[in-house]
Design a protein around this ligand. Structure first.
Ligand code: TYD
Length: 137
């Protein structure tokens, strides 16, 4: 499975806590884009796509949500519910985001600019893509 839950290094003292992420140092890619998701609703799921090449780190800055991660062979679920955990998702991973808490805020660091052509939004197409990918190894 091409994903990993990462403990982010906290610089903490009695004034509060601070986390800093530097591209190619704290995370395994150069950051080309940052976006965030907010004003979500618990019964409205998001995601349902994979990326052919893009890598991402996702942090729940506030609130919680569940990620379903699927590499075409198995499915696992991960809860993001702390601002000191980063979810790394590599290429060719189908993801679904569910059970958003009210007020959940997700920040996403991405390895590339937004490019709709790089998305796979059809699950069957995703399965075909990963099957072809592993047979070309
Ligand atoms: P979408 O991929 O549906 O979001 P999610 O993966 O959270 O379900 O994106 C919603 C809309 O925002 C869609 O019209 C594409 C647009 N968008 C951008 O313009 N730039 C971006 O960086 C992202 C992530 C999405």
């Amino acid at each position: 499975m091409n994903y990993k839950l990462i403990d982010l290094k906290i610089h903490g003292d009695n004034r509060g806590k601070l986390i800093s992420l530097e591209g190619n140092r704290d995370i395994p890619f150069e950051i080309k884009r940052v976006y965030w998701i907010f004003d979500t609703l618990p019964d409205l799921d998001r995601g349902f796509h994979a990326h052919k090449n893009m890598e991402q780190i996702i942090v729940a800055m506030d609130g919680a949500c569940q990620f379903v991660l699927d590499d075409g062979k198995k499915r696992e679920t991960v809860w993001l519910n702390r601002p000191d955990k980063g979810l790394y998702i590599g290429k060719n991973m189908w993801r679904e985001m569910k059970h958003f808490s009210y007020g959940c805020k997700l920040m996403v660091l991405a390895s590339d600019y937004y490019d709709e052509k790089e998305y796979i939004r059809n699950y069957q197409e995703f399965l075909d893509e990963v099957k072809n990918d592993s047979s070309s190894l």
